[in-house]
Design a protein around this ligand. Structure first.
Ligand code: SF4
Length: 254
């Protein structure tokens, strides 16, 4: 299991720019591979499952990454994480993002288990699109927080049946988390209504976050009105509703 190998996309440090853990200082491990094609995807280059190389923003190498070969074992990956922690810690947590991390379930299990054994006080946040096979119960105790995206057709460009999300969210009683719905100026009230109901029904203890898609202008009168109506509808249904934009992109940081 320790020799489980996986495909990485990049490793860097920054501050969490989305969701309920906004602003926390984290190490970001982006895994390669995602079968989806969201219109707003800002990590398209990381979608191929078998990326030949990955980018390591080594603390001593400045802003230019070192390019290293894939695949990498879970132990080696935790060695790289340890290098960062020793040189530039402390960090609140490790954020595992993608791509879609749950497309490499065995590697994810090995990686989180070894990381938690070495760094029991560090928390782990997992970002997922919620459209993969259900996360293994073996992740219990390793993942502290799960940020689940709900895909709305108006923003991502393709339709997803909510049945999949129902199964996924109802299986997550063992972790804390938040649910994010990316919204665009063309998002519809009925989509928000359905997403807010889903979140309230299956994870009422989690924040339900509307995340305005970055790069669209929201300051026209018309779009402000859309935002207002979507937020109003979400809160009518789900008392955990709030709006949080991608703060790292507003700040121009990674
Ligand atoms: S699920 Fe995430 S990584 Fe995959 S295409 Fe959508 S935004 Fe990109």
């Amino acid at each position: 299991m320790n020799n489980q190998r996986g495909f990485l996309a990049e490793l860097f440090t920054s501050h969490q720019g989305e969701g309920s853990w906004l602003g926390l200082r984290q190490i970001f491990l982006r895994l390669a591979g995602c079968r989806r094609k969201c219109q707003y995807c800002d990590s398209r280059w990381a979608r191929p499952a078998r990326l030949k190389q990955w980018k390591f923003y080594r603390p001593e190498s400045g802003p230019r990454p070192v390019r290293l070969k894939n695949p990498v074992s879970a132990v080696e990956t935790v060695d790289y994480l340890e290098e960062i922690i020793q040189q530039t810690g402390p960090f609140h947590s490790l954020a595992i993002t993608g791509g879609e991390p749950l497309e490499q379930p065995k590697f994810l299990e090995a990686l989180t288990r070894i990381f938690k054994t070495r760094f029991p006080k560090m928390r782990i946040l997992l970002e997922t699109n919620g459209l993969c096979p259900l996360p293994s119960a073996r992740l219990k105790g390793y993942i502290d927080f799960m940020a689940v995206d709900i895909k709305l057709k108006s923003a991502c460009g393709y339709a997803v049946g909510f049945k999949k999300y129902k199964e996924f969210l109802s299986s997550l009683s063992w972790t804390a988390g938040c649910i994010k719905a990316i919204i665009s100026p063309s998002s519809m009230l009925k989509e928000i209504e359905a997403a807010a109901k889903l979140a309230r029904q299956f994870r009422p203890e989690w924040d339900f976050i509307l995340q305005p898609v970055t790069g669209k202008q929201w300051n026209s009168i018309k779009n402000q009105r859309v935002l207002e109506l979507l937020s109003q509808k979400a809160l009518e249904i789900n008392p955990r509703a709030r709006i949080i934009p991608q703060v790292h992109r507003l700040m121009g940081i990674k």
